[in-house]
Design a protein around this ligand. Structure first.
Ligand code: ADP
Ligand code: MG
Length: 384
């Protein structure tokens, strides 16, 4: 199959867009990016992004004047302006709409025959506190739209915590049972008209609702891995996916007392937990999506020998070094030969919970990899 002669567009200029552009550039030099920010990871390093966002008609038109096919690095995009360009979007606008709304997403997952946590949707203008009392505690309240990295989420231990919630919010919310999580997993599926390619199941560890560490192979029984892959592929099929889909899972016990695997959420894009596929696999998540975008054939990725881990680097490391952003003192790396890659996003302003970079560790055992991740971060923090 000859790659299509097309200019490829990316909506968004975050670190995911930057890494995607790096993969895409091996297949085409024709990339166009629509980026609202001058100080984004993409625009800090690369010239030529169209400045603006989808709600600015001139910017959007300039983008699609060039992009014959386009993807996005976030699902928080208003879909209306994209309607005239829907035929150029991968994954589709329909998929984007489902995945940007937790209520639609959960309903879709359930009607497709797959499990989620127990939840209750609360419509705009409804009494959220009363709904929470009725749903029962403990619970987690989330805004239906616009949340990421734990933003817009409130843990409700009991009725007294519900007072932190807005009473009759103008936007929709969702109440979720607090799932007793033993392991979090993600499955990345790449799918074109001919091939469905599965990345290995990834184990994810979170801190304060933010992804902290990702590991391959996942420390979970083979039959649960097979179940996760089957659900991910079933969802990709149900969505008629062309492009890339990440499915996040919880393995643990629900408030019904049943130990099970449930889908947490979907991301129709490259995912934070897949950063380590750049080193751990012969084809990264960014390479896979790039191939789909240019019409090149896909193959199922193979995991390279060893155990792999990704450690997220948040702004607190920069702050501990007395740095405001961008550059970090990496001298500590010298003591960590198993750290095979460090990737700094170039963000100018360090904030405590802001994702500023990540690194990848390779080792012979996951326990060693995990220990190295924590030790390397400690060493970076104490560099003065
Ligand atoms: P985000 O869009 O911010 O990634 P998620 O819904 O994936 O939002 O939540 C982030 C993290 O918070 C999850 O990966 C998990 O660790 C924790 N979490 C979210 N929902 C629940 C829940 N219902 N029960 C237990 N933990 C949860
Ligand atoms: Mg998530």
């Amino acid at each position: 199959m000859t790659p299509l002669p097309c200019e490829v567009g990316i909506l968004g200029g975050g670190q995911l867009a930057l890494m995607l552009a790096e993969s895409l550039n091996r297949l085409t030099t024709d990339i166009v990016v629509l980026d609202a920010f001058t100080e984004s990871p993409y625009s800090v390093r690369r010239e030529g992004a169209i400045r603006g966002w989808v709600d600015e008609p001139a910017a959007l038109e300039a983008f699609f004047a060039r992009a014959r096919v386009a993807t996005y690095d976030t699902e928080n995009i208003s879909p209306e302006p994209l309607v005239p360009w829907a035929h150029r979007l991968l994954p589709s606008l329909e998929i984007l709409k489902i995945c940007q709304d937790r209520i639609q997403e959960k309903a879709f997952i359930n009607t497709s025959g797959f499990p989620t946590v127990a939840y209750r949707s609360v419509g705009p203008g409804e009494d959220l506190r009363a709904a929470a009392a009725d749903f029962g505690f403990p619970a987690i309240a989330k805004t239906a739209r616009g949340g990421y990295d734990g933003l817009g989420q409130h843990r409700l231990r009991d009725a007294s915590d519900a007072r932190w919630l807005p009473e009759r919010p103008a936007e929709a919310w969702v109440l979720e049972e607090v799932f007793a999580i033993e392991t979090e997993l993600s499955c990345i599926v790449a799918r074109d008209s001919k091939t469905t390619a599965n990345f290995p199941v990834i184990e994810n560890l979170h801190q304060n609702h933010i992804l902290d560490v990702s590991l391959i192979p996942a420390r979970i029984a083979q039959d649960i891995q097979r179940e996760a892959l089957a659900i991910a592929n079933g969802l990709a099929r149900a969505l008629a996916l062309r492009g890339l889909l990440t499915v996040e899972f919880f393995w643990g016990t629900g408030r019904d007392g049943i130990r099970k695997l449930v889908v947490n959420e979907l991301a129709p894009r490259v995912h934070n937990s897949g950063h380590l596929t750049r080193q751990a696999c012969d084809l990264s998540q960014f390479d896979a999506l790039s191939r789909i975008l240019v019409g090149a054939p896909l193959h199922a990725p193979t995991v390279l020998p060893g155990c792999w881990g990704m450690g997220q680097m948040l702004g607190e490391i920069w702050i501990a070094q007395g740095k405001s952003g961008a550059a970090l003192d990496l001298r500590a790396w010298a003591g960590f030969p198993d750290v095979v890659d460090v990737y700094l996003y170039g963000k100018r302003e360090a904030r405590p919970e802001r994702k500023m970079g990540h690194f990848v560790v390779r080792g012979n055992a996951l326990e060693v990899v995990e220990a190295q991740i924590h030790a390397f971060r400690d060493a970076l923090r104490s560099t003065r």
